[in-house]
Design a protein around this ligand. Structure first.
Ligand code: F6P
Length: 330
């Protein structure tokens, strides 16, 4: 489709919200308005498409949201989008509102819905938005930086009290089946252990032996970052306390990681990605995902992007252990 043929676009946020989504909504809206394109905000993700809950978005509607957490469009996990009937209803809503292109800001679940819409003739552009960083085609997802900074600060605070009481602390961070928040926050706080779904072999005895060893060498705390994908932190704490004789507490950080004002990186990258999604639509590109790869913003074919696989950095995993279990006493 040529540039002047795009008249109306839709924007939605779907799945778990993430700090920076508002920055992407703002930039997509303002970029579109600057090109003479009308914007419809779809409320509550795909649910809004299925239930026909859309509202016009003008440049003033997105004022002062760049620094706000959450999403002004609201978000939902929509099971109906997994059915053919749901997809067809969503397609019908797009047609009724004469939407020439849809910007979907969300994670991989949301991208699967977007791909279905694409296959049914709705031009859809995906913008990666999830704190989990688990979208294979991109090195950056909106919200990860804010979430991992929140986790890092929280662990720093837990460590203060953990040291005072000479306890072992297990801190569980979000990430669903991915260990990026755990790995990055673990490295950033100098955790003694980071348990990742991608790597964990359930060898608790090894962890227990290391706790006993580091305590014998005089270490006053032992911080274990446990990824949500492994979970069971409370039960693990009880087992470790029983085996080591050292008081052990579990803290589950939970939804605080999804909220709060986005970091500079999330505001900036989300701004670029939201605008780029609109640029792609205006250029007549169809079915693309905006991505950040090897230091550059780029775009990929939706179908190809969803086939990619992501691996966790072996080097970073190795660093956690080699930096935590040095022979000297800290
Ligand atoms: O995908 C973001 C995320 O916060 C995951 O880390 C977590 O597993 C999940 O969402 C929680 O989802 P819900 O908000 O549906 O409880």
């Amino acid at each position: 489709m040529a540039e002047n043929q795009i008249r109306t676009i839709g924007v939605l946020t779907s799945g778990g919200d993430a700090p920076g989504m508002n920055a992407a909504i703002r930039s997509a809206t303002r970029r579109a308005v600057s090109k003479g394109i009308r914007v419809k905000g779809v409320l509550k993700g795909y649910e809004g498409l299925i239930k026909d809950e859309l509202r016009d978005l003008g440049d003033r509607d997105v004022s002062e949201i760049i620094g706000r957490g959450g999403t002004i469009l609201y978000s939902a996990r929509c099971k109906e989008m997994l059915t053919e009937e749901g997809v067809l209803t969503a397609v019908e809503t797009c047609r009724r509102h004469e939407i020439d292109g849809l910007v979907v800001i969300g994670g991989d679940g949301s991208f699967r819905g977007a791909l279905e819409l694409s296959r049914h003739g709705i031009n859809t552009i995906g913008v990666p938005g999830t704190i989990d960083l688990d979208i294979s085609c991109t090195d950056y997802t909106i919200g990860f930086d804010s979430a991992v900074n929140t986790a890092m600060r929280a662990v720093d605070q837990v460590r203060d009290t953990s040291t005072s009481h000479e306890r072992v602390s297990i801190i569980e961070v979000m990430g669903r089946n991915a260990g990026y928040i755990a790995l990055w926050s673990g490295l950033a706080v100098g955790a003694e252990d980071v348990l990742l779904p991608e790597k964990y072999d359930y060898d608790e005895e090894q962890i227990i032996n290391q706790i006993i060893d580091t305590r014998r060498r005089g270490k006053k705390h032992h911080i274990i970052i446990n990824a949500e994908g492994i979970g069971h932190s409370q039960a693990m704490a009880k087992r470790i306390e029983a085996a080591t004789g050292i008081e052990t507490r579990a803290t589950i950080l939970g939804y605080m990681q999804r909220g709060g004002s986005p970091t500079c990186q999330d505001r900036l990258y989300a701004t670029v990605m939201g605008a780029k999604a609109v640029d792609l639509l205006a250029e007549g590109k169809t079915s693309r995902v905006v991505a950040y790869r090897q230091g550059e913003f780029t775009d990929l074919d939706f179908e190809e992007a969803l086939k990619m696989e992501k691996t966790i950095s072996e080097y970073e995993v190795d660093l956690v252990h080699s930096l935590s279990y040095s022979t000297s006493v800290r």
